[in-house]
Design a protein around this ligand. Structure first.
Ligand code: PLP
Length: 383
């Protein structure tokens, strides 16, 4: 039999067969009525998924590209920007803002910590910065911050917020308009259940007003140009047309499930995965609560190298999970439960981790993870 593969990283994520089939349809021209219909549908559904009335701009780029678009449309050379970090992606946005010539005012936490609203309030009033960079779900650690409170502080201070929701949008609650997020950025390849290649940015009226005085250079990323075209269901440049066709199928599936039902499913998957990890006697690295609905991070037992574990899972079991970083590269592994994932994906991953750990000499009782995960999932859906 051809090798069966399981993709359980926190992005890219597995894609439903109907979405993959849509990718295989004949390519349409981007200056045609067919494409206008595709973009018109995507614009409506993206607004629903972002829970916003604002325009959601569509870019042919990864999430990093859409995030860069936010910086170059909202900031000017030398301008100060408050950038909150507690992991790899927060640090990436600090580096990006510096590379673009802005002055970064960091609010930096240790990896694995969650940012706190009172700290942000203090940092904003001390620095007087007008733009804040936030990461909703820090994929390197599994921490999902209390975005609602952080946005409340930004609003009170009159600061424009730019939110990295690349691994959170569609997986955990994010109320763009109700919580007052100015800019929310995500990508196609995580909870939106579509192959990589598209990214999105919703833009509030206050953010639009700021673009007029922001002077960082921009061309491909120019929001005004993108909005003008998008309003007539066009794009300024050649978009990833097939990926957009597929995105519409995925968004229909997500909205048919219902966003709230999808959030509950992600929370239940998180509970199941944590229960399985703990039943094996492993230490969790991601938080041990329902905020950790996007991914589960765990440390290998003493004497087991996480890189070896991951490679054996990939090469012997066909299961791809993610690794760790820095000092934790030899200990940390991360299982994603974002998007097109159900309980049996989690059970499969845990069964393979368990079998492989036993083979690598760890003292793990066979079968405990699968039973614990199944029970936790059942309890979560009954609750
Ligand atoms: N931000 C977060 C939280 C992510 O998880 C990722 C991707 O893993 C990114 C940003 C970067 O997105 P991309 O790889 O699509 O540029």
């Amino acid at each position: 039999m051809a090798r069966k593969r399981y993709l359980l990283t926190p992005g890219p994520t597995p894609v439903p067969p109907e979405v993959l089939a849509a990718m295989a349809e004949p390519v349409i021209h981007h200056r045609s009525p067919d494409f206008k219909r595709v973009l018109a549908e995507a614009r409506v559904h993206l607004r629903d998924v972002f829970r916003t009335r604002n325009e959601v701009l569509v870019f042919t780029a990864s999430g990093t590209g859409a995030f860069e678009s936010a910086l170059v449309n909202l900031l000017s050379p030398g301008e100060r920007v408050l950038a909150v970090s507690c992991g790899e992606f927060g640090e990436r946005w600090q580096a990006m803002a510096s590379a673009l010539g802005c002055e970064v005012v960091p609010l930096a936490y240790a990896w694995g910590e969650a940012p706190r609203a009172p700290d942000l309030g203090r940092a904003l009033s001390e620095s007087g910065t007008e733009v804040v960079l936030l990461v909703h779900s820090e994929t390197s650690t599994g921490v999902v911050c209390d975005l609602r409170s952080l946005l409340g502080v930004c609003r009170e201070a009159g600061a424009i917020s730019i939110v990295d929701a690349v691994s959170s949008l569609g997986a955990v609650p994010l109320e763009t308009d109700e919580w007052g997020a100015d800019v929310v950025v995500t990508g196609s390849q995580k909870a939106l259940m579509t192959p990589p290649g598209l990214s999105f940015a919703s833009v509030s009226d206050a953010a639009w007003a700021r673009t007029a005085r922001a002077t960082l250079p921009r061309f491909y990323w120019d929001w005004q140009r993108a909005r003008k075209q998008q309003e007539s269901d066009n794009t300024p440049f050649t978009p990833a047309t097939s990926t957009l066709v597929a995105l519409n199928v995925a968004l229909r599936q997500l909205l048919d499930e219902g966003l709230d039902a999808a959030f509950a499913r992600h929370a239940a998957l998180g509970r199941a995965c944590r229960a399985g990890i703990k039943a094996m006697g492993l230490e969790l690295y991601s938080p041990d609560d329902d905020s950790a609905a996007v991914l589960t991070g765990a440390l290998t037992p003493d004497g087991v190298d996480a890189v070896e574990l991951r490679l054996a899972l990939r090469d012997r079991h066909g299961i791809t999970i993610a690794g760790g970083h820095g000092d934790l590269v030899g200990r940390l592994f991360r299982i994603g439960h974002i998007g097109y994932v159900d309980r049996y994906d989690i059970v499969t991953a845990l069964a393979a981790v368990e079998a492989q750990l036993v083979e690598m000499g760890a003292e793990v009782e066979r079968g405990v993870a699968v039973a614990a995960a199944t029970d936790a999932f059942e309890a979560a859906v009954r609750a």
